[in-house]
Ligand binder design. Sequence first.
Ligand SMILES: Nc1ncnc2c1ncn2[C@@H]1O[C@H](COP(=O)(O)OP(=O)(O)OP(=O)(O)O)[C@@H](O)[C@H]1O
Ligand SMILES: [Mg+2]
Length: 490
Amino acid sequence: MQGQKHILVVDNDAARRHQIETVLAFVGEHFFVFSEDEVDKHLAEIPNILTIILSGNVSAKLQDIIRAHPTCPFIYHDLVDKGAVKGFANIIGELAIPLNYAQLTELVHNSHQYHNKLPSKHKVSGPNPLFRSLVGTSEPMQQVRFLIEQVASTAANVLILGESGTGKEVVARNIHNLSDRNKSPFVPVNCGAIPPDLLESELFGHEKGAFTGAISTRKGRFEMAEGGTLFLDEIGDMPQPMQVKLLRVLQERTFERVGGAKSIKANVRIVAATHQHLEEMIKTNQFREDLYYRLNVFPIETPALRERKEDIPLLLQELISRFSAEQGQSVRFTDKAIESLQEHPWAGNVRELSNLIERMIIMYGEQVVNVGQLPLKYRHLDVDEFQPEYPEELQEREAINELFAGFDYEDEDDEINEASEQAISSGNTVDILPADGLNLKEYLADLEVNLINQALDKNDWVVARSAELLGMRRTTLVEKMRKYSLQKES
Ligand SMILES: Nc1ncnc2c1ncn2[C@@H]1O[C@H](COP(=O)(O)OP(=O)(O)OP(=O)(O)O)[C@@H](O)[C@H]1O
Ligand SMILES: [Mg+2]
């Protein structure tokens, strides 16, 4: 693809490098893999770097590379010492162990966003910047928009409540954009993602020498957000001692850097968000009631996606066009597929929808996705409402073929008769029709499972070889293994 971006993997451990390589190849990303020694040489040669993944030991040399490439986002994975990547603004996240698909695609997505937000590429907002990123015409969404408009221009603190992935951050950004603070920064802080002992210095900054490792004076997020909006995400995860300190800032509008004596004025609007039930947390003494009332001046609830299923077609459109603008690839869904998605419970809300679309673009870029192409858990229409990948009739025919497999037919015309004869003479399965009959379908299914198990056992559960032995395509065998829940016993 034109303008294709590449992921660079820098790791001295060959086995781990290979693991990452396998996963990246699976999700269809373009990548290069280097050891630390090779990296200098190649960095200059690869023009379009999406992101660099660092694992193992981040040496001083690698730290210099991170520092020297502020426009390139870095991701780390399985580090010996996470401290080695602290403090770099271009470290955008960590890949979990074991590697997982959803998280990897999210970080890849974030890397694209990082590039898009670089100043040189900064795009002018479209015709309706107001609610550009807040899609939905359903009643609950209209209510959310109404509340945003009401509160944006005031000085009130806002508390956004809603399940994970419902768009709390989108709402927070819209409040900021609509307010008269929009010329100053919107600064997000994820209170749950920052280690408790670093949170204070993260929020309020520190003076040089305030603690081991504080080698220079550093501004905190409150100072960075001066004149603008501070978004305290996952406020429910804020440790109690910090809750006390935050309450003080909200009351007195001043704070001190860690290790500093000087009071600094804070002209900052606080928007907080959480997916937790703060009132429950107050009852169990996990969240301070006084802070709750300070923050909860103006609550906004973001509705779960299952409560506004009519917005799904619009959201699909919006998310597909976002991916297509970022990655140059698109996908289309049939009406039936959209109908099926509207039946889904969406525990992960819009984020889950966005992940699904990204996955469908990877698998079916520029194609049309029907119900049959959706991952199993998103297929909610009756089987006969769409063309199954594997019609029952075909399955039966194949099972019958398998039943007779192993017999050499001399004359095709006589094949069934001869096969039955041989089967009968060898005491095989065909002559065991009980007097009161049997359920042929079930019988054949059992037989099929049995033969598939044998083939898999024989081949050490290597699917490709087993499929060959059964005379079927690998994907068909995978489909059948899923259908019958066949797994290697540990
Ligand atoms: N109404 C919406 N219109 C368009 N996109 C949306 C909408 N709501 C959410 N999204 C998208 O869904 C994703 C998740 O949204 P966001 O991060 O704001 O959710 P969240 O409630 O903060 O989730 P979490 O609790 O997991 O942090 C983002 O990519 C966001 O752009
Ligand atoms: Mg969020």
